[in-house]
Design a protein around this ligand. Structure first.
Ligand code: HEM
Length: 456
């Protein structure tokens, strides 16, 4: 019997405890105001109060899970599904019929549809596009102009996802629109999640109007992408074709709504997470120039003077460790939620059916109980002889279990190649207006990076 399958009342007869309530709640907003004001610090200290603690978000009680082992249990257990505050706040964007939000048999069928595009042996075919986009980026930066890194990072993320998975020049003109829309949506959604004051978000204030405009535009964009592909009459061997040709359990074509939700469910997380991580990587290279120097040396040794190619990536181990350490300290997906579908137990605590749970990869991956010198950026902690010290589930930036990111290999290859190309070409320094403090939205990234790229 696994821990996950133990039901309350069927274990050793010891009554299950209620998790403690975290301190610091205020009337009406509960702990929501802490999650708005300084969520990273708030979540980072919750483990001091218990392995599972209760939070009040407005009228709701939410269970926060704080240890690596229990976050792994939640991610792997069938007792919890994708639902809860994060997903409710994302529903207007992601819909209910895409792979990121569906549950049960629909989700399993959709994973089967998209999986071939992300398989390990599918990824080398994306290599030339990843390399071309990486070199186009550093070429543009040679001008010496101050870079608005937010725009540059999201642009390259959207272009690589769109060109690899939904091949077509028709994405070029739309990449910037997608980036602008997503930036507005992902910060507005975080607010709706932690301060769920439903009707207030319908008041026609400028911020709400801007949010609604971005949401409507993104849905129009996706319809345009699907219509353009159909009008082209082409069926390249890519993810968009797989989505358009997918059949349901009866062998019938899937509906238009499902196609729409699926495109959004892949494009949105694909662009937002990689864009945020590229920003964090550029911050790391700016603040630790010695890392960039070492990457430059590694590329010289492994690749020599020719351009870096996809085939080099698996030999660029130092570069990959810089990417991994960036994902540890700056996980783009820094908060996750689930809902219990049955009365269950977690770490000896009672979790009632319908309970919403949250946990934070950011807090888990920076916890001093799991990592020595936990705040220090140390790529060498991922050397084979040291990485075994990391407790299980203390490093899961792509999550685990049936909702694990399908794109973990794709993303690691993309980010390692990009980092190798960028660090070989440039050093960076902050320019005026740069603000590297974290910006909290549904994803985590530096607030505003204005950098000067100095040629090597
Ligand atoms: C799911 C992280 C890149 C598509 C997830 C999840 C995480 C994650 C943590 C699981 C969410 C959960 O457990 O609730 C990341 C990170 C990325 C990245 C850190 C890059 C640095 C991408 C890319 C794509 C993508 C490039 C697509 C092009 C998806 C999809 C899901 C997902 C479709 C939903 C899977 C499901 O529910 O079955 N991602 N992701 N991600 N990711 Fe990624």
């Amino acid at each position: 019997m696994t821990v996950e399958s133990v039901r309350p009342g069927t274990s050793e007869g010891t009554p299950l405890r209620e998790p403690p309530v975290a301190g610091g709640g205020v009337p009406l907003l509960g702990h929501g105001w802490k999650l708005v004001r300084d969520p990273l610090a708030f979540l980072g200290q919750l483990r001091d109060h218990g392995d599972v603690v209760r939070l009040k978000l407005g009228p709701k009680t939410v269970y926060a899970v704080t240890t690596p082992a229990l976050t792994g249990t939640v991610a792997l257990s069938p007792d919890y599904i994708i639902a809860g505050p994060l997903w409710e706040s994302l529903e207007s964007l992601l819909g209910k019929e895409g792979v990121a939000t569906a549950n049960g048999p629909l989700h399993r069928r959709q994973r089967r549809t998209i999986q071939p595009a992300f398989k390990l042996d599918a990824i080398p075919a994306y290599g030339p596009i990843m390399a071309e986009e990486s070199y186009a980026l550093v070429e543009r930066w040679h001008s010496g102009k101050v870079l608005d890194v937010t725009a540059e990072s999201f642009r390259v993320a959207v272009r690589i996802a769109a060109r690899c998975l939904m091949r077509g020049g028709y994405m070029d003109a739309r990449a910037d629109r997608i980036c602008t829309d997503l930036a507005t949506l992902f910060s507005g959604m975080y607010q709706r999640m932690v301060v769920p004051l439903g009707p207030l978000y319908k008041v026609p204030l400028p911020a709400n109007r801007e949010f609604n405009r971005a949401l409507a535009d993104l849905h129009v964009l996706v319809d345009e992408i699907v219509a353009d592909r159909r009008a082209s009459g082409q069926k390249p061997d890519d993810l968009l074709t797989a989505l358009l040709e997918a059949k349901d359990e009866n062998g019938d074509p899937i509906g238009e709504q499902e196609i729409h939700d699926q495109v959004i469910a892949i494009l949105t997380p694909g662009s937002e997470t990689v864009g945020a991580t590229v920003m964090s990587l550029l911050l790391v290279l700016t603040e630790h120039p010695e890392l960039g120097d070492k990457i430059h040396d590694e590329v010289k040794t492994v690749v020599g003077d020719r351009p870096v190619a996809f085939e080099d990536v698996r030999k660029l181990t130092y570069t990959a460790n810089v990417v991994t350490e960036t994902l540890r300290l700056y996980p783009a997906v820094w908060i996750l939620t689930r809902r219990a579908v049955t009365d269950t137990e977690l770490g000896g605590y009672r979790i009632p059916e319908g309970a919403d749970l949250i946990y934070s990869p950011y807090a888990v991956q920076r916890d001093g109980r799991s990592y020595e010198r936990h705040e220090e950026f140390d790529p060498d902690r991922w050397l084979p002889e040291r990485s075994g010290d990391v407790p299980k589930y203390a490093m899961s930036p792509f999550s685990v279990g049936n909702r694990k990111c399908p794109s973990d290999h794709f993303s690691m290859a993309e980010l390692t190649l990009l980092t190798a190309v960028i660090a070989s070409a440039h050093r960076f320094e902050h320019a005026g207006g740069s603000d590297p403090r974290p910006r909290i939205g549904i994803t985590l990234r530096p607030r505003r990076l204005m950098l000067r790229a100095l040629p090597r």
